[in-house]
Design a protein around this ligand. Structure first.
Ligand code: ZN
Length: 240
């Protein structure tokens, strides 16, 4: 299959450069991602500390500040090592790109886009994963969620949909992080919805990984729904 061979060799994030094996992305995307995720520069952390701890009552000595910065750098380097030692996953890069979107984009329209993305993903999963909830119930529930983020349904209707789905799912025992969690996430209140977006990826992606949805499908969905956001990251357009 020549197409598949070509796709395997081209970076799925920028879709231009060849893969830097064993990573799932090219050298440029790897370096770009490292700039966001693994800060070795002490000046970066000094500014970070000043910004986040300027109201802190505790007066720190230069030696204490140095120790704190050493800890930050050590933590990020260890995290970076764990992300890359077996090859950096392109799905992980996409997750972080989408999580970093904030500021002006954080509107109902953006929430709706995320729900539409998840809705399509859900339709690709085996309906058995949502038992005892039926396929038709899932479909209607997804419509409700999209309607809410479209602004055509009230908060009361959102809450009723959430409660109804929770009751339906609780009829059978299931682990906390499985595909069912996706459904409840779609109608969470905004403050939890946004926070859970990342938690969901972090946990449920691992649960669904390979078994129900392979990386190629994930990457295709990301590009289909968020090509503009990914392109902006590649060309370094900031939305904050
Ligand atoms: Zn790339």
């Amino acid at each position: 299959m020549p197409d598949e061979t070509l796709e395997k060799q081209t970076c799925p994030v920028c879709r231009v450069e060849p893969l830097d094996l064993p990573h799932g992305v090219c050298r440029s995307c790897l370096e770009r991602f490292k700039r966001d995720e693994a800060h070795e520069d002490r000046a970066y952390w000094e500014i970070w500390e000043m910004r986040y701890y300027k109201r802190d009552d505790i007066q720190r000595t230069p030696e204490q500040l140095k120790k704190t910065i050493d800890t930050h750098i050590k933590y990020e380097m260890e995290h970076w090592k764990s992300l890359t030692e077996n090859g950096l996953s392109a799905v992980r890069v996409m997750i972080e790109i989408l999580d970093a979107v904030d500021g002006k984009r954080m509107t109902n329209a953006w929430h709706r886009r995320r729900v539409v993305f998840i809705s399509e993903l859900i339709t690709l999963l085996d309906e058995e994963l949502f038992a005892p909830v039926t396929k038709e119930q899932v479909r209607r529930y997804m419509e409700t969620a999209i309607g809410y983020w479209n602004g055509t349904l009230s908060d009361k209707e959102r809450q009723a949909a959430f409660d109804g789905m929770k009751r339906a799912l609780l009829r059978e025992k299931h682990s906390t992080w499985d595909a069912k969690a996706l459904l409840l996430w779609m109608t969470l209140k905004e403050e939890f919805f946004d926070w859970m977006w990342y938690q969901w990826f972090d946990c449920v992606w691992s649960c669904l990984k390979k078994k129900e949805l392979d990386d190629k499908t994930w990457l295709g969905l990301f590009q289909k729904h968020f090509a503009d956001v990914i392109r902006d990251w590649v060309t370094e357009v900031k939305h904050a």
